[in-house]
Design a protein around this ligand. Structure first.
Ligand code: HXC
Length: 257
């Protein structure tokens, strides 16, 4: 398998597993990733997801250049479209997704990390969008998500130069949420995932929807969306559970209902 998928307590961990090729994304990996996302979407026991890469050397060093080399226009468009569909499915999953990034996160690897909600990076990470050095451009959403995440100017610098940036710079421009020692990345991701998993799942899920969908709306509509989702949570058991526990000075245990 090119993807390992395990569930530990309420946390699903997806590992891109082609370490000999620095976890480069070929069609097979993308399809297995798609299947894993479908399984997670249907598994009510899963409350948070971690995406990582096998080995110390790379998160993902990009889309598979050997597979892309001889593609024609139509095949290239299909490959780009396949990846985009799967990354959007991951981005819109109703559960929070944390990228645990060690080593190279280049091209499609940087794009995969950006399709996750939160990025935790090791101190030796290298991010970059080297596509223009291969005579192509980003094709798994990089031109769009990078600009939204770090601003158009910084995105264009990375996209036009193809240069890699280190953990410190990635942190400085907001490409990652935090930097920890490379040996601590997965543990830190698990800690954060557990923290999120202890909160009300529908509260977290609706919040994700509000942020993601709201970013594509004007402010007035986005605020209406928040009002609607906020109201809807008052029909859930966990709203009663959470507020009652607070008033009785106990820890809330949420069921996700
Ligand atoms: C296929 C890859 C690969 C990739 C590495 N490998 N990246 N194979 N696609 N993206 C393979 C190498 O060919 C090599 O195979 C093995 O993995 C180990 O890599 P090395 O190059 O030997 O390692 P090193 O010298 O340490 O250099 C690491 C590296 C370099 C700097 C990360 O591998 C590199 O530049 N990789 C390509 C990065 C890149 O351009 N990514 C963007 C791809 S385009 P062998 O068989 O020799 O051992 C893209 C577009 C996305 O992502 C959108 C598509 C629609």
């Amino acid at each position: 398998n090119s993807i390992n998928y395990v569930v530990e307590e309420n946390i699903a961990i997806i590992t891109i597993n082609r370490p000999k090729f620095l976890n480069a994304l070929n069609t097979e990996v993308l399809k297995e990733l798609s299947d894993a996302v479908d399984i997670i979407a249907a598994d009510t026991a899963v409350r948070a997801v971690i995406v990582t890469g096998a080995g110390e050397k790379a998160f993902v060093a990009g889309a598979d250049i050997a597979e892309m080399q001889n593609k024609d226009v139509l095949e290239a468009r299909e490959f780009s479209s396949l990846g985009n569909k799967i990354f959007s499915k991951l981005e819109n999953l109703t559960k929070p997704v944390i990228a645990a990034v060690n080593g190279f996160a280049l091209g499609g690897g940087c794009e995969l990390a950006m399709a996750c909600d939160i990025r935790i990076a090791g101190n030796k990470v290298k991010f970059g969008q080297p596509e223009v050095g291969l005579g192509i451009m980003t094709g798994f959403g990089g031109s769009q998500r990078l600009a939204r995440l770090v601003g158009a100017g910084r995105a264009k610098e990375l996209l036009f130069t193809g240069e890699m940036i280190n953990a410190e710079r990635a942190n400085e421009i907001g490409l990652v949420n935090r930097v920890v020692d490379s040996s601590e990345v997965l543990e830190e991701a698990k800690r954060m995932a557990q923290m999120i998993a202890s909160k009300a799942p529908l509260g977290v899920s609706f919040t994700k929807k509000a942020v993601n969908e709201g970013l594509n709306l004007d402010l007035e509509r986005a605020l209406s969306l928040e009002v609607e989702l906020f109201g809807a949570l008052f029909s859930t058991k966990d709203q009663t559970v959470g507020m009652t526990a607070f008033l009785e000075k106990r820890q809330a245990v949420f069921s996700g209902e």
